[in-house]
Each structure stands twice: as C-alpha cells, then as structure tokens.
Design a protein around this ligand. Structure first.
Ligand code: KG4
Length: 333
C-alpha cells in the first residue's frame, strides 16, 4: 500500500511516499528555515505562503523520486494538528484535493504521533507498547504508546517546549535560528558545571516539566553580564544549559519507563538530535536495562515519511478524514 504523505505544520514543507508503513520510497523536504532566520524565528504568515509555493512541485518530486505515478497511490495522509494554523491549512487542503482527485482515502495524522512513528522507520523491529519522550520545538511530552493508535500522555511541559527553550537561548547568544543544533555544537567540550542553572519541579506532578524558569535564568545571566561588561564562557554556558535541559527530561522519561515496565523507551522530535540528551539516555538505559530507541538524525525533525508511517497504522485502525477535515492549532495527541 503506497501512501502519499504531507506535512506542513511549521516551517518545512514535506511530501513522502511510504510503502506498507515502514518502507520510505521518497521523502522530499523544502525547508524555509533560512527565510525565518532573518527574523529570528518562524513568521506564521510567511510560513503559509512558502508552503503554498512549494507543495505542488514537492509532491511531483516525491512521486518521481519514489518511481511511482499518481495511479500507484492508495491513500493520502496529512498532518492536521497541532501547529501553525495557516501552515497546516495548506497541507490539509492540498491533501484533500489530492485524495479527491485520485479517488483514494484521506487519513488525518496528529503531528506528534508522526514524530513517534519516525522510530518505526528507523527500527523495523519496534512495536508498541513502549514509552516515548517527545521533544520538539512546539511539544514536550512523555507518552505511553499502548498501541499504534492508542496513546496516553504521562507527563508534559507546563510552559515552554524544550526546543523553544533551545531556540530562545540560541537567540540571546547570537547563534541564529533554529538554535538547537548550534547550541549543541557550541556545548561540545564545555564545562557543564560552570554555570548553576535551575531544574524545575512541578508540585504533585513528578512527570510534568517546566522550562520557562531555565530560559529566563539564561537570559538574565547574559543580560547581567552585558550590563557589567563581563565576558561569559559561552561554551561552558551552552554545556551547562544543555545539561539542565537533559536533567529535566531524562530522569522523568526513565521514571515513566519504570512505571510502565515495557522495557522499551523511544525518543522523538527535533530535540531528539541533541547529543547530550542522547548520551544521558544511553547511560540511563544501560543502567536500567531498558532498550533505547533513537530515531535516525534525518527523521528527528519534521518530515513526510513519519506522517506516511503513522498514516498507515491510522488507516489500518479505520481512521478516515472527509472533505470537511479541518486543521487545528492545538489538539490532544
Ligand atoms: O521536530 P521539529 O523539527 O519541529 C517541531 O515539530 O517543533 O523540532 C525543531 C526543534 C527546534 O526547536 C530546534 O532548535 C530543535 O528541534 N533542535 C535541537 C537540535 N536539533 C534541532 N535541539 C537541541 N539539540 C539539537 N541538536
């Protein structure tokens, strides 16, 4: 079964062709990051316009790269939530037109479920149940993946997402947008104990997280140093900050894995590319005996392949979208 999969929730337009859930025939991505970098973050209106410009040609490219024609497509899957509403609407309307024109089913896919599914592509042997730490620019969740389409939130950030925190810290350090990867690179070899940064705890909700205090602490540190004309050791600051984020994520993910007892912990989303978080998870899972599943780096960020993969399992579960399918900026996983 060939699924044409469309993703446009933020600043990448992505179209993939995925066969039988886990075989990626093509994965075409047009990133707008350079355009948004000028403004230091994603400008929603520009994102929508860029998706409109790119999506039709990208779909043709995905078909050509997959070596299939329109007649070979059996269903169309699309990210319908959560994300930037204007950006999502471009993908949803394109997908509706494609499904209608090809006379095939339309499958709505939740973006975070798609991120989780990136692990099915990287690890063909992985099957639910498992616990998944989902960390991206817009979401930070610990999810109990009971089955391919039955998921439950065990913990979540109460304010900023971890990726957003990386991006804001990168901005104040002058590292550009998106900031996670540059902060990660800068932190290599830095002293992670040089700057004392907060690790927040949410009372009575041990698996919930909070990153706004950490973000503010770094911004205050930088602004105070600027006012006093002091030089900060940026390498050490990046390392101390990355350690603080990891210390907020990893013990909670391990606790969630322990509570469920599946013996399997997966990670998903753009921040899953972070070297400190990966290393800390590897160490923690080696100690606990849980098997750790990390998505390949190329599938950590937004892509169409993960939507095609999850779309396949949603299809098998009977999920269908009608021509009245809408897009939603916020929607439970
Ligand atoms: O999953 P994604 O592409 O988009 C959303 O669905 O939100 O995640 C993007 C986020 C950005 O905040 C980016 O800075 C962050 O992932 N990111 C990283 C790294 N690479 C990307 N954060 C930390 N370390 C990295 N190496």
């Amino acid at each position: 079964m060939n699924i044409l999969a469309i993703e446009s929730s933020c600043d990448e337009t992505a179209v993939a062709v995925v066969k039988d859930g886990r075989t990626v025939l093509s994965d075409a991505i047009a990133s707008q990051a350079d355009m948004h970098a000028i403004y230091g973050g994603v400008v929603p209106e520009i994102a929508s316009r860029k998706h409109i410009e790119a999506i039709a040609a990208l779909a043709e490219q995905a078909l050509a790269q997959a070596g299939v024609t329109r007649a070979d497509i059996d269903a169309v899957a699309v990210t319908y939530a959560p994300g930037l509403i204007g950006a999502l609407l471009v993908g949803v309307n394109f997908a509706k037109s494609a499904a209608f024109g090809l006379n095939v089913p339309l499958i709505p896919v939740h973006h975070v479920r798609g991120h989780i599914a990136a692990n099915y592509i990287t690890h063909p042997e992985l099957e639910p149940p498992f616990v998944c730490l989902c960390v991206s620019g817009g979401n930070t969740l610990i999810v109990d993946v009971k089955d391919y389409t039955r998921v439950e939130i065990m913990g979540a950030t109460r304010d900023d997402a971890a990726g957003e925190c990386f991006d804001k810290v990168a901005r104040v350090l002058g590292l550009g947008y998106p900031g996670g990867a540059p902060v990660d690179r800068l932190s290599q070899g830095g002293d992670d104990r040089r700057y004392e940064l907060p690790r927040a705890h949410v009372a009575d909700a041990p698996l919930d997280m909070s990153f706004s205090g950490l973000k503010t602490a770094v911004l205050n540190l930088v602004h105070n140093a600027q006012q006093k004309g002091e030089q900060l050791e940026l390498k050490d600051l990046a390392a101390s900050f990355s350690a603080a984020v990891s210390d907020s994520l990893v013990p909670r993910a391990m606790e969630a894995a322990k509570r469920k007892g599946y013996g399997k912990l997966a990670v998903a989303g753009g921040v899953a590319a972070n070297s400190r978080i990966r290393a800390d998870l590897e160490r923690a899972c080696a100690a606990s005996g849980d098997k750790l599943y990390l998505p390949q780096l190329s599938l950590c960020g937004d892509n169409g392949a993960m939507i095609g993969c999850q779309g396949y399992y949603e299809y098998l579960a009977g999920v269908r979208g009608g021509m009245d399918l809408n897009a939603y900026a916020n929607r439970d996983i």
